[in-house]
Design a protein around this ligand. Structure first.
Ligand SMILES: Nc1ncnc2c1ncn2[C@@H]1O[C@H](COP(=O)(O)OP(=O)(O)OP(=O)(O)O)[C@@H](O)[C@H]1O
Ligand SMILES: [Mg+2]
Length: 250
């Protein structure tokens, strides 16, 4: 029968329309339209200063667009009314330069659960083991190496089982073993818990390994969004092709 084979529509978590973000009169981000689907691993690539972290901050509702709207499920954010805490608590972000709280590694990872009045065990101990941080559980956070801080920050974000995880360069400055561990955990969270993930990375190889879809930002413009295979094999925009080939000068 004709007409019976249409693809079911995918659930949209974020719907961005006519977004502009400005700092001091300078526009650093312009996005006509972008939808992020439930359960996908969306990777955002682009040169330094392209607006990747700015976009993540908008998706976290830490900042608001100067123009346009971001709809999260059915909640519309246009900068005029605060996004309810219950909504924001479904979203967690691991910042590009994570800051840990005073206290131990354990306390840092347990923080979000305690804040929500939820039991911390066995979740925290399991997470520490998964991130190979068990031996550092009692260590004061300020004594950690850069790579350890990044793992603690990821653990802190994951224990609360967010529906959306925003990751800003989560493997920058890590050694290959830790990169592999973090990539494995990101993939697992996405596949097993259906967590929607937006991952910012400079590393096109990492994007290729992990992404369902890839978006390329150049000087604040989202110039290409495509499924991972299309992005790497047949991007539409010549600038995306140059970026993929590593020929882009920036
Ligand atoms: N709070 C701010 N005030 C003024 N300018 C800002 C602010 N935050 C970001 N910018 C500017 O906006 C532009 C985009 O910055 P953003 O941090 O989003 O880039 P990025 O793509 O994450 O870069 P990187 O890969 O280096 O982290 C940059 O030119 C930056 O200087
Ligand atoms: Mg950044």
């Amino acid at each position: 029968m004709q007409g019976c084979h249409t693809e079911p529509e995918r659930d949209i978590v974020y719907r961005l329309r006519s977004i502009e973000k400005r700092y001091g009169g300078r526009t650093v981000l312009r996005i006509q339209a972008l939808d992020i689907y439930k359960g996908e691993l969306f990777t955002l690539v682009g040169p330094s200063g392209a607006g990747k972290s700015t976009l993540l901050r908008l998706l976290h509702f830490l900042e608001h667009p100067d123009q346009g709207t971001i709809t999260f499920h059915s909640v519309v954010s246009n900068g005029h009314s605060p996004v309810p805490l219950t909504v924001r608590r479904q979203i967690t972000m691991v910042f590009q330069r994570p800051v840990l709280f005073r206290g131990s590694v354990y306390d840092n990872v347990a923080y979000g659960l305690r804040l929500r009045g939820q039991p911390v065990e066995p979740i925290v101990s399991e997470m520490l083991a998964r991130l190979r941080l068990t031996e550092l559980a009692r260590a004061p956070a300020h004594t950690l190496s850069g790579g350890e801080v990044q793992r603690v920050a990821l653990g802190r974000a994951l224990v609360i089982q967010p529906s959306v995880l925003l990751l800003d360069e989560p493997t920058a400055n890590l050694d290959p073993a830790n990169v592999a561990l973090i990539e494995e955990i990101i993939t697992e969270v996405n596949r097993e818990h259906g967590t929607t993930i937006v991952l910012v990375t400079h590393n096109v190889f990492q994007a290729r390994r992990l992404a369902d879809r890839v978006g390329l930002l150049l000087e604040g413009d989202l110039i290409e969004v495509a499924p991972v295979d299309t992005f790497f094999q047949a991007p539409r925009d010549p600038r995306a092709a140059a970026f993929v080939r590593g020929e882009m000068i920036y």
